[in-house]
Design a protein around this ligand. Structure first.
Ligand SMILES: Cc1cc2nc3c(=O)[nH]c(=O)nc-3n(C[C@H](O)[C@H](O)[C@H](O)COP(=O)(O)OP(=O)(O)OC[C@H]3O[C@@H](n4cnc5c(N)ncnc54)[C@H](O)[C@@H]3O)c2cc1C
Length: 362
């Protein structure tokens, strides 16, 4: 009997583990979206129509033996995954890979790629018409978005507001933030730190509407469009009572060093949804996926010697438009605009085309 592995969530971690187990198990990848969404390029897709076509990548060639089932998991136990349709899929192994949710446009908030493309088009039109853009949050998302907007429309006023006292949380050397500040200055991005808005703009985020807001320190900002670039939420309400024992108050999932869900032998969790103490990154999700694929393969073969995962040190590649940005990793130190653009100029899309089997001629 070939065991069934149900992977819940077809993002970076989910597609990696599903593909890695396709030859030893009946893999069912459960995902409500009709395509993989290359989130890493989502902010560029909000300013550049070519990219809006490139971030939605079909799942059809990911698996040879297994299948991708378009639905949402509504109840997950150690042995079964119930879908929104009411169908129940029996599972010998379950991998939870449901990620976290950021506000649009960092994360597409519609599941159908046609609607998501039109939404990106509407955002681009609204941005095109706006003279002044307000972004709330000076983390990687807010700054990357500021860089993308300025690289397409250098004449627009872009203001970033954040209550934190410095740019981008994370354990990075001072040089990283100093290069970032210099590049933001050169782009003409106005950054207001250590303050927040007295109240949020009354207009809907991402919609063209002129609003005036006041910061806690009394500065008035008038903007023609605004976007929230902060706040992450996690939905793990699909867990049954038994699996919920591994859930923290912030809804993230506690895992063992083998990336098993705490207290479980055949349920694993990977990627952003885990409470692994490291930055939430696609590359980490994929490393988790490799460890879990190796462990499920071992268990299927009757082995007991499992691989463990070591949390990664803080590292980041933060583009400011296609030609700018700054990066840091302990192995290489701080890298400026040129190397950052070399590393992430194409936003890693080729890696995912390959993983999804889309570079092979039919
Ligand atoms: C703007 C931006 C830029 C980024 N740049 C980088 C970068 O350069 N490098 C990097 O390493 N990381 C980057 N990241 C972080 C990266 O996107 C995340 O760490 C990564 O998406 C995590 O992968 P994941 O597989 O855990 O979750 P996700 O990729 O979020 O996938 C989760 C999937 O689960 C699905 N799902 C949710 N609930 C259910 C359910 N109940 N049933 C079934 N399916 C469900 C969702 O639809 C989604 O497709 C960036 C993030 C953003 C927002």
């Amino acid at each position: 009997m070939v065991p069934t592995v149900v992977v819940v969530g077809g993002g970076y971690g989910g597609i990696t583990v599903a593909k890695a187990l396709d030859d030893v198990a009946d893999v069912v990848l459960v995902e409500p979206r009709d395509t993989f969404v290359h989130t890493v390029a989502g902010l560029r897709a909000a300013v550049d129509p070519d990219w809006a076509d490139r971030i939605f990548l079909p799942y059809d060639r990911l698996l040879t033996r297994g299948r991708v089932h378009r639905d949402r998991a509504v109840r997950v136990s150690a042995t079964a995954v119930e879908l929104g349709s009411g169908e129940v899929i029996g599972a010998d192994y379950v991998v939870l890979a449901t990620g976290v949710v950021y506000p649009y446009p960092a994360r597409m908030d519609v599941e159908d790629s046609t609607s998501a493309r039109s939404k990106l088009g509407a955002t681009r039109d609204a941005l095109h018409r706006a003279r002044r853009v307000l972004l709330l949050g000076a983390g990687p998302v807010g700054l990357e978005f500021a860089g993308e907007i300025k690289s397409v429309w250098p004449g627009k006023t872009v203001t970033v507001v954040d209550p934190g006292t410095d740019l981008v949380s994370g354990r990075f050397p001072d040089e990283f933030r100093s290069i970032l500040r210099t590049q933001l200055d050169q782009l003409g991005v106005e950054v207001l730190l250590g303050t927040s808005l007295r109240e949020l703009p009354r207009s809907e985020p991402g919609r063209a509407a002129t609003v005036t807001v006041t910061t806690g320190s009394g500065t008035e900002i008038t903007a023609d469009i605004w976007f929230p670039c902060y706040g992450v939420s996690t939905d793990t309400d699909y867990l049954d009572a038994d699996l919920r024992a591994a859930r923290r108050p912030d809804n993230l999932l506690v895992v063992t060093p083998e990336l098993r869900l705490h207290g479980q032998d055949t349920v694993f969790a990977i990627g952003d949804v885990t409470a692994v103490p490291e930055m939430k990154m696609a590359r980490a999700a994929q490393k988790h996926a490799e460890v879990v694929a190796a462990n499920i393969r071992t268990l299927i073969g009757g082995g007991t010697d499992l691989t463990t995962y070591l949390p990664a040190a803080d590292a980041i590649v933060l583009p400011l438009g296609p030609k700018g940005g700054v990066s840091y990793a302990p192995e290489v130190g701080v890298l400026g605009a040129g190397p950052t653009s070399d590393i992430k100029g194409d936003l890693f899309v080729d890696n995912y085309l390959e993983l999804l089997g889309l570079t092979v001629t039919p």
